[in-house]
Design a protein around this ligand. Structure first.
Ligand code: BGC
Length: 235
């Protein structure tokens, strides 16, 4: 029987270029379930990804609403880009389709924005970068998101973008030592251009950073990509 005392449960979903992850959070954003993960299906088109999300959701027990972190530009629940998934995501009403499928209200945001909500302190100018298949970026001023910062596709060096220089493909190609040097160059350049107070680095490859980093750079757990999902329901 339904417990009237039980708090609202949010199914947090993180759609990544290599894996799709889910977990249920309570009203405060504390995990209530073990994280479940499946490989991202290829080709990473909307229908097979929706199917994986519904399979993963079925392993998580009860939930009342859904938050999704998506690896591309999202406006009002509609996805506009997904450079590391598939061109079919352009103009796809993800929130609406997923809501029909799961029978619950759904909110969708960019994956780095969600990661940021799970990591920032809410003070000053805070930049969030995610090192995964792609390069995610999100900027916050006193806890408020500056929308749609997409550093990934901006030129960085040697005719290549940030994502081409530090994304997963580059890491696999050039190895950890060289990739570490590149990430440090990126940090140095962004510090001088954005002048953030704090930089948070998350994503699956953050653990591959070795050695010292500037004092205002913090590595955050990849789980923040799910924990931040609670913030999408704050207002
Ligand atoms: C996309 C971003 C996304 C990042 C990480 C980039 O290619 O343009 O929107 O946040 O990958 O998934």
């Amino acid at each position: 029987m339904e417990n009237p005392q039980r708090s609202v449960r949010t199914l947090a979903v993180d759609v990544g270029g290599s894996g799709i992850k889910v977990m249920v959070l309570d009203e405060k954003g504390t995990p209530l379930t073990e994280r479940a993960r499946q490989e991202t299906p290829r080709p990473a088109k909307p229908a097979p990804i929706l199917k994986v999300i519904s399979e993963l959701a079925a392993t998580q027990g009860e939930f009342d609403r859904v938050s999704v972190g998506f690896p591309g530009v999202v406006h009002d629940g509609v996805t506009h880009t997904a450079p590391n998934l598939d061109p079919d995501w352009e103009g796809f009403p993800l929130a609406e389709e997923l809501s029909k499928m799961l029978g619950k209200p759904v909110r969708v945001a960019n994956d780095a924005d969600v990661q940021g909500y799970g990591a920032i302190s809410g003070q000053g100018l805070e930049l969030v970068l995610t090192l995964g298949t792609g390069l995610g970026s999100a900027l916050f001023i006193n806890g408020r998101l500056v929308p749609n910062l997409e550093l990934a596709h901006h030129p960085f060096r040697k005719g290549e973008t940030y994502e081409e220089q530090v994304g997963r493909a580059a890491l696999d190609r050039i190895g950890k030592a060289k990739w570490n040097r590149r990430v440090r160059r990126m940090i140095d350049l962004l510090q001088r251009t954005i002048n953030y107070h704090t930089l948070y680095i998350g994503g699956g490859n953050a653990k591959k950073l070795v050695g010292d980093l500037p004092a205002n750079v913090k590595i955050v757990s990849n789980e923040a990509g799910l924990l931040g999902g609670i913030a999408l329901w704050r207002e």
